[in-house]
Write a protein that binds this ligand. Structure first.
Ligand code: ZN
Length: 219
């Protein structure tokens, strides 16, 4: 590829957010992964099993939407099918996949993230827990896609049972913020549940905020 089309800026952004994931304890070690659309049909993804602290922009792999490596010497993340399905089917521009503690703990107890806070509206409504499937499989990608929902019920986040979370957004910054907000909400529920039976918002109260957030965004 020419020097102008190797998308160094996009790759560097992936490196920086991968490092933040470790620092913010959204992952442990080399777990978790990220992807960011470089063009309409090119996606920058984290490499498989690399230490994020020593990883450089050159280690970030560019793939097309079918998963063919277009540029980069490393093997792409083992969760490539999961990322690409989000880009193809759910219109993702940026995807953050974490193994964060509170979300995984909650995934063992719930089928949906309980409505403890209005912030769940940022994902379009209640966030579902996807059924377990082995990492890196098409079955896992399909389970997460089902949890994200379809037309009319589309969400931008899912919790993955026995595994972690997935959040997508128009930018890597907003997907990352979503991953932190989701982890925080799961943590709030776990803390409240440890003491008693938490009061929850009802669907109508969350839907009201979804509408307000959409309205706010258009101004
Ligand atoms: Zn994972």
């Amino acid at each position: 590829m020419s020097a102008h089309s190797d998308h160094t800026d996009v790759r560097q952004e992936v490196v920086e957010f991968a490092r933040r994931m470790v620092r913010d304890r959204l992952v442990v070690g080399t777990a978790g992964n990220l992807s960011l659309r470089a063009t309409e049909d090119l996606v920058a993804v984290t490499p498989s099993g690399m230490d994020y602290e020593t990883m450089t922009a050159d280690d970030v792999v560019l793939v097309d939407l079918d998963g063919t490596v277009v540029d980069g010497a490393r093997r792409p993340t083992s969760e490539l099918p999961l990322h690409l399905l989000c880009h193809r089917r759910h219109g993702a521009r940026a995807v953050v996949h974490t193994h964060s503690t509170a979300a995984v703990a909650l995934s063992l107890l719930c089928d949906e993230v309980p409505l403890v806070h209005y912030q769940t509206a940022m994902f379009g409504g209640p966030v579902a827990v996807a059924e377990y499937a082995p990492f890196g499989t098409d079955a896992l990608a399909d389970a997460v896609s089902a949890a994200l929902g379809g037309e009319g019920t589309e969400r931008s986040a899912a919790v993955m049972r026995h595994h972690g979370t997935l959040v997508h957004a128009p930018t890597l910054g907003s997907a990352y913020d979503g991953a932190r907000q989701l982890e925080w909400m799961c943590d709030v529920w776990l803390r409240a549940s440890a003491v008693g039976r938490p009061a929850l918002l009802d669907r109508g109260q969350v839907d009201e905020i979804v509408v307000r957030m959409a309205d706010y965004g258009q101004r």
